[in-house]
Design a protein around this ligand. Structure first.
Ligand SMILES: Cc1cc2nc3c(=O)[nH]c(=O)nc-3n(C[C@H](O)[C@H](O)[C@H](O)COP(=O)(O)OP(=O)(O)OC[C@H]3O[C@@H](n4cnc5c(N)ncnc54)[C@H](O)[C@@H]3O)c2cc1C
Length: 309
């Protein structure tokens, strides 16, 4: 039985969602607003691309309308998207339009309709059962590996959907680039992140210096964005960006579950905290108990020495 997936153009997390979608049935159909022949490697047999130019930018209700039309055509057993803000929003629209349940942030789906999903910012896994013939599911970010398959190419079909004006009431009409240059938080291999312990906006200067040497992005906790020391785009956590770098350096961050929800995808966590009892040490792979105002410049100095030699 067919499975339908929503693919957000250029979104790595959509590829992770395809890995889970593949296990739910075949053939795997995908809907996107951009052609992408490389999706064949992720098991997509048919890619349905919206023809309507107005849909090329993000329009949650209109994208849901496209999925609805494809559901009528394909009768899939499941509709899957990445558990991004956009993926969850589109599937919420879809579930409301169809009056069906929606299980967000799943990491596994059983053949009996049970799902395992990430709840409470990652602090617990819930087993639930979806009572509906067609499952609407989003896949928790960074919990399922984006794997490829050997297979034939993808067939691209243009989809013409009669989208109502009301469905276009909310849509992206303009992109304004943020002035910040450098590596994006979501894609950085190393993230140097600061919390309340950094003490001030100026205190982030030493974190930026360290990040510069490591080719890293700078992140922060919510306390920091609430204090106005850094913009919200730098926030890591449940209500910020979810990162999965090779190394996450947490400086003066206590390790609240809402923060850990955003960085637990990191391969290694180095925590620097003056309180030996700080909860972050339970999650960290490497712990430095000390004042970050001394520890961070000391690391920076050692790196400079190593790079000079
Ligand atoms: C619904 C909801 C959503 C949330 N979403 C997020 C989110 O997305 N991201 C997020 O981060 N938080 C989020 N929070 C907030 C979260 O609960 C914590 O309040 C926050 O993460 C704490 O930030 P912090 O670790 O910087 O500050 P604190 O908890 O105050 O910790 C500061 C740490 O710095 C250490 N420290 C102090 N001085 C030094 C020094 N000189 N050297 C070394 N260490 C020092 C202290 O020992 C302490 O451990 C959310 C909360 C709620 C309720």
């Amino acid at each position: 039985m067919a499975v339908l997936a929503l693919v957000e153009p250029g979104e790595e997390l959509s590829l992770q969602a395809l890995s889970l979608a593949r296990d739910l049935g075949e053939p795997l159909h995908a809907f996107s607003v951009a052609e992408d022949p490389s999706l064949g490697a992720y098991g997509v047999r048919t890619l349905h691309v919206a023809e309507d130019e107005r849909l090329s930018a993000y329009a949650p209700a209109a994208w849901a309308a496209c999925l609805e039309q494809l559901i009528d055509e394909l009768q899939p057993t499941a509709v899957v998207a990445a558990g991004t803000n956009r993926g969850n929003e589109v599937l919420s629209h879809l579930a409301a339009r169809r009056d069906l349940p929606f299980a967000a942030n799943c990491i596994a789906v059983g053949s009996d309709g049970t799902v395992t999903r990430v709840r409470w910012g990652g602090s617990l896994l819930e087993e639930a059962r979806i009572h509906s013939d067609m499952k609407i599911i989003s896949v928790a970010p960074h919990m399922v590996e984006a794997t490829t398959v050997n297979g034939s190419g993808v067939e691209v079909q243009k989809t013409n959907v009669a989208v109502e004006e009301a469905d276009l009431a909310v849509r992206v009409v303009e992109h304004a680039e943020t002035p910040s240059a450098g590596i994006s938080l979501a894609e950085a291999k190393v993230v140097v992140s600061g919390g309340r312990g950094v003490g001030s906006a100026d205190g982030f200067g030493m974190l930026e210096e360290l990040a510069g040497l490591l080719n890293a992005a700078v992140g922060c906790s919510r306390v920091v964005t609430m204090a106005g020391w850094r913009p919200h785009t730098d926030q890591v956590g449940q209500t910020g960006t979810k990162v999965a770098p090779d190394l996450y350096i947490a400086c003066g961050i206590s390790g609240a579950t809402q923060h850990i929800a955003g960085c637990k995808g990191a391969k290694k966590i180095l925590a620097i905290n003056s309180d030996a009892e700080a909860p972050i040490f339970a999650t960290a792979d490497y712990a430095v108990v000390g004042d970050l105002a001394q520890v961070v410049p000391a690391i920076t100095a050692e790196l400079r020495k190593a790079q000079a030699s």
